[in-house]
Design a binder for this molecule. Structure first.
Ligand SMILES: [Fe+2]
Length: 228
């Protein structure tokens, strides 16, 4: 993705969060100059636990069709004993018909919550153990405390306020239903995007960035590049 496209998407995300009165922590509004002025030893947790802005086009180069916008608000790091936090929270945006590609997690259990906007549509499959393949068996999933059994791949939509609990090894793909962007919450175990994602098809978790202008905000993947 071009940096100019990322900057534009972050500005659009800020507008959407404002519209929903969803407030982000102070470091969300830091500029590159603000970051450079900081005593980095005092905000080490932000870097170690990958807190902050995040965007992906899954390396496919068509963000509007296949992509997800994210901000990690809190997280731990299971590889660093100084962090005892066992949970994570993200706020995300799926634009109308913008698909988060089929994936599952080895360890992470996550509640994906429709925080407002239109409906969020899921397609779910069990994982064929130890592979990246989808099973044809019925899926058991909990929607706000209610256990549902649905055929593999059947579309299930959640309205604003509703959530699904996605257990480890449950393959999921999701997108905002046509006509309405969705602000999505995620409450989960500690999140490690470098090791815990299993993709059904070849894709990347982080975009390849072409630097055509200054970053408006730093992404989690930018800290190393711009600050250290
Ligand atoms: Fe996921």
């Amino acid at each position: 993705m071009k940096r100019s496209e990322i900057n534009r998407e972050i500005r659009k995300a800020e507008e959407l969060f404002n519209r929903f009165s969803f407030k982000l922590p102070k470091f969300a509004s830091y500029t590159l100059a603000d970051w450079k002025k900081l005593d980095k030893s005092k905000v080490k947790e932000i870097f170690d636990c990958n807190l902050g802005w995040d965007i992906t086009d899954f390396g496919r180069g068509n963000f509007a069709k296949e992509g997800l916008f994210l901000f990690t608000i809190r997280n731990g790091n299971t590889k660093m004993p100084e962090y005892t936090k066992m949970y994570a929270e993200k706020i995300m945006i799926s634009r109308s018909e913008q698909v988060t590609l089929m994936h599952c997690h080895e360890a992470k259990c996550e509640d994906i919550i429709n925080r407002g906007g239109g409906n969020l549509v899921f397609e779910l499959y069990n994982r064929i153990e130890g592979t990246t393949q989808l099973a044809d068996t019925p899926v058991v999933v909990v929607k706000d405390g209610e256990k549902l059994t649905i055929p593999a791949g059947e579309k299930i939509a959640i309205a604003p306020g509703e959530s699904l609990t996605l257990t480890p090894n449950l393959f999921h793909k999701f997108y905002a239903e046509k006509g309405g962007d969705v602000m999505i919450g995620e409450v989960s175990f500690v999140n490690d995007d470098h090791t815990d994602n299993v993709f059904h098809e070849p894709q990347l978790r982080f975009p390849i960035i072409e630097e055509d202008e200054e970053p408006y905000r730093l992404l989690v993947g930018d800290y190393e590049k711009f600050l250290f």
